[in-house]
Design a protein around this ligand. Structure first.
Ligand SMILES: *[C@@H]1O[C@H](CO)[C@@H](O)[C@H](O)[C@H]1NC(C)=O
Length: 212
């Protein structure tokens, strides 16, 4: 074998290796499509993070200060209570209606950041919020909204945040696991061609029980 032949054999080998590598890389890139987080907005996905484990009571081991006299009076004011309910309703509807996040879409991610800002701003600007009793703000900061892929996580998270506040106010807690089961039932109904919009009716009704 001449030197030239030897050189050609080596060249072939290198070309073949490059071609093989190219194929392997292309295959890896194309086959990982399901990991790109692109979830169609029209479909509900149930990737519940089991948020029960994410949240633990704020009261456990925490020193929760008592309400001041002024706050106690305000808390019993019926107009203030109406304001509180309206705010919760806005909060829950926002969590329900917020579109799924495509993790590859910068606009989606920016919007999701705005949602987090909005939630924090509610806590920061809510009347009487400049005190250690701002359990809403404490809750959303201690248990930040998980990077949300879908509205189920948003809804479940909102349910838990409301419960943390209700717990502090010694009000009834809502069973968030039951809420998710109800949603799954709704998805089954949805798969049987029930209108997508029914989801909003169902979950709004369920969460209504938690208001107040
Ligand atoms: C909440 O709902 C789930 C699902 O229905 C149930 O298994 C669980 O026992 C309920 N928890 C409470 C405290 O009622």
């Amino acid at each position: 074998m001449s030197l030239w032949d030897k050189y050609n054999v080596k060249k072939d080998y290198i070309y073949r290796t490059i071609a093989l590598l190219f194929l392997i890389i292309t295959w890896i890139l194309l086959s990982s499509g399901e990991l790109d987080g692109s979830i169609p907005h029209s479909k509900i996905f149930f990737k519940s993070l089991n948020l029960d484990n994410y949240f633990t009571s704020l009261n456990n081991g925490d020193k929760v200060s008592q309400f001041t006299d002024v706050q106690t009076i305000i808390n019993k004011d019926s107009n203030y209570m109406k304001f509180g309910r309206a705010t919760w309703k806005t909060f829950h509807v926002m969590m329900e209606m917020f579109p799924d996040v495509n993790m590859n879409n910068n606009d989606d991610l920016k919007k999701r950041d705005k949602l987090v800002d909005w939630i924090n701003l509610i806590g920061e600007t809510y009347p009487c919020s400049k005190d250690s009793n701002n359990i809403f703000l404490q809750s959303v900061q201690r248990y930040p909204l998980p990077i949300n892929l879908n509205k189920i996580i948003n809804i479940e998270w909102g349910c838990h945040i409301h419960n943390l506040v209700n717990e502090r106010l010694e009000k009834v807690k809502y069973n968030c696991s039951q809420l998710i089961l109800d949603l799954k039932q709704t998805e089954q109904d949805y798969n049987q061609d029930i209108e997508y919009n029914d989801l909003d009716k169902v979950t709004l009704n369920k969460e209504d029980k938690q208001l107040g």
